[in-house]
Write a protein that binds this ligand. Structure first.
Ligand SMILES: [Zn+2]
Length: 234
């Protein structure tokens, strides 16, 4: 068993400390005979093993979450776009900014060593891009098919691609940009059909199937889309 020994000048008893960072530490009073330690550990073995196991799981969780990944490219199948990203450290600037410098070219500048800040500006950029492109797409689909909605908001929901409120506000997930365009169209039509039928009744599905006979396949691809989202988003 791995452990460290620390002598506590004022301690009177032997104590066992467990931490996710340091593992097991035995704290002994000054003058304590260290040869007695193994016997003490033996009596506390069950407790130690149980907690060490829990700590190692926690450490693994902390280490793996969030993944420290910065994307080099952002591939947006919904729009047929691939954006290349250059990271430029400008030193003086404390903030991080993102700017489109040409078709398919983004520059992230500022304190780019701060990866969390880089990811957060890229996420904000993604929401803007989604607003620029998904909102007009929804408007066109509504117009072409005779739907009316109140307004559209772009969000970054964790569990759904879109929603429609009783007031006919349609919310679209900006991560839709990572799905193929025909699946995006299907999601948008799904929400537009909710402006007519709020529930998932038979009438709702009949209406939606009128636009997309292969709904079953589409729904499977929608669900599969979650696991294709790039890791830097999480
Ligand atoms: Zn629905």
């Amino acid at each position: 068993m791995d452990y460290r020994v620390r002598i506590s000048p004022r301690g009177r008893r032997v104590r066992l400390n467990l931490s996710a960072r340091d593992g097991l530490t035995i704290v002994i009073p000054r003058g304590f005979d260290a040869r007695r330690i193994p016997a003490i550990l033996e009596t506390r073995k069950g407790w130690i093993e149980k907690h060490l196991r829990r700590f190692s799981e926690e450490t693994r969780f902390i280490a793996g979450n969030p993944p420290d990944i910065l994307p080099e490219t952002i591939d947006l199948p919904a729009l047929g776009e691939i954006w290349r990203i250059a990271y430029r450290s400008t030193g003086v600037q404390e903030v991080v900014e993102v700017k489109a410098v040409g078709p398919g070219a983004l520059v992230v500048s500022g304190a780019v060593d701060d990866h969390a800040a880089c990811r957060s500006v890229l996420k904000r950029w993604l929401r803007c891009r989604a607003a620029e492109r998904l909102a007009p797409l929804l408007a066109r689909l509504a117009e072409e098919n005779g739907f009316r909605y109140d307004r559209v908001t772009i969000r970054s929901q964790k569990t759904r691609w879109g929603s429609c409120s009783v007031r006919k506000t349609i919310s679209l997930n900006c991560h839709l940009l990572f799905l193929p365009s025909d699946v995006v169209r299907y999601v948008l039509l799904h929400e537009l059909c909710h402006t007519v039928f709020m529930d998932h009744s038979e009438k709702f599905w009949l209406l939606l199937d009128g636009f997309e006979p292969d709904g079953k396949v589409m729904r499977r691809r929608m669900r599969a889309g979650w696991k294709d989202l790039p890791a830097w988003l999480s």
